[in-house]
Design a protein around this ligand. Structure first.
Ligand SMILES: *Cc1c(COP(=O)(O)O)cnc(C)c1O
Length: 376
């Protein structure tokens, strides 16, 4: 091929086999073997539409209808569910259908940037509930109440857990507050749904949002959205001209492989949330081991999620005096088959213990130990 740029596109590779993955964005999105098979089987464009008669979520072959209308609501503990391109698209669809420009939304200050961008696209006025600040950055949900009384928001949102510290705020309590004040409550569970049990009904929320590629072992981009029945007519309203096409979803969302991997991994995901207690213990153990080496874990302690944020001043100090600068840690870990902190180390970094076994995590701890002594 003459054009080198085109040639490169025909030879794409990515190292992923036999690697210990600790990158928080990726640990919950690793595919199951079933999903990997289905990925190839359904790789062609519009592959799920063979037997569609106008409504994606009503397709029976493959069994999208059963998945969306039965299995997902059971899993999320909600009355109505649908599929989206991701957590952000789900949040935008809710905001856009409930609010008008100039309305207010109250969110926690640990919110994901996509919450802010979605709100901006709708024209919402965003009010943030502050966190406790360094080092735990916890959110006291009771602080929503005076702000609800002051601003009369159209809706409230809680990040559960947040993507920076992995803190799990008291969603149940905020569910009570939201119901008392009759304000719609969105739970952003991008890092929860598919990792840990999340039951919308038990938490008293109106909407729950999940991310398939973040936490449901899917290729994505894909997401899930659960809601109370009363919001179906609002968020999933149909187009005037097409009685089977939802306006907020532009008719059909996941038109192929993202949906298939989400469905193929679902049996495994349903099972794995039952082992959440073990995941939490593993994360706590790992955090404890790294703290023995002089790392400092930020966020809640003891921690209740696999997403961990560490400060490691001694690693930062090393990066200031070695040739590779911020990349030295990435290289050292890469040599040992560990994929973790974002290349180009800063003062602090995030790791997730979700995909690694205890044995692999022991190896990671030993690796940090030997890297530290190598450069001391
Ligand atoms: C990753 C993440 C998102 C974005 O999820 P997408 O499915 O990619 O839109 C939203 N919120 C939080 C808290 C996240 O961690």
């Amino acid at each position: 091929m003459k054009d080198k740029r085109l040639q490169k596109l025909g030879e794409l590779h990515r190292k992923h086999k036999d690697i210990i993955t600790l990158m928080p964005l990726q640990t919950g999105g690793l595919l199951t073997e079933a999903a990997r098979q289905a990925l190839i089987e359904f790789g062609d464009g519009y592959s799920v539409c063979d037997f569609c008669s106008g409504s994606l979520c009503d397709i029976t072959n493959p069994p999208v209808q059963e998945f969306v209308h039965e299995l997902l609501p059971e899993f999320l503990g909600c009355e109505v569910a649908t599929i989206t391109h991701g957590a952000r698209e789900a949040k935008f669809a809710i905001m856009h259908s409930l609010a008008k420009p100039g309305d207010s939304i109250i969110v926690d200050s640990n919110r994901h940037y996509t919450t802010i961008v979605a709100a901006e696209r709708v024209g919402l006025n965003v009010i943030e509930v502050p966190s406790s600040g360094y080092p735990e950055f916890t959110i006291d949900v009771n602080e929503y109440e005076p702000l609800i009384e002051k601003y009369h928001p159209r809706m409230i949102l809680l990040t559960y857990p947040d993507g920076n510290y992995g803190n799990i705020p008291d969603a149940r309590r905020l569910g009570d507050i939201a119901q008392e004040h009759d304000v719609p409550f969105i739970l952003n569970g991008a890092y929860a749904v598919g990792r840990m049990p999340v039951n919308m009904n038990e938490l008293g929320v109106d909407f729950v949002v999940g991310s398939g590629h973040k936490s449901m072992a899917s290729a994505g981009p894909c997401g899930v959205l659960g809601m109370k029945k009363r919001w179906e007519e609002v968020v999933l309203r149909k187009a005037e001209a097409y009685s089977n096409k939802e306006v907020e979803l532009l008719g059909c969302t996941l038109r192929g492989v993202p949906l298939i991997t989400l469905m193929a991994s679902f049996p495994y995901v349903v099972e794995r949330v039952n082992h959440w207690d073990e995941q939490v213990l593993k994360a706590q153990w790992f955090s404890n081991e790294l703290e023995k080496l002089g790392f400092k874990q930020l966020g809640e302690k003891p921690h209740k999620h696999d997403l961990l944020h560490f400060e490691a001043p001694m690693l930062y100090e090393i990066s200031q005096r070695v040739r590779e600068r911020g990349y030295f840690l990435y290289k050292e870990l890469d040599d040992r088959g560990i994929w973790g902190p974002q290349p180009g180390l800063a003062r602090s970094f995030k790791l997730s213990t979700f995909a690694a076994s205890k044995e692999q995590l022991s190896f990671v701890v030993d690796s940090f130990k030997s890297i530290l002594s190598k450069y001391s």
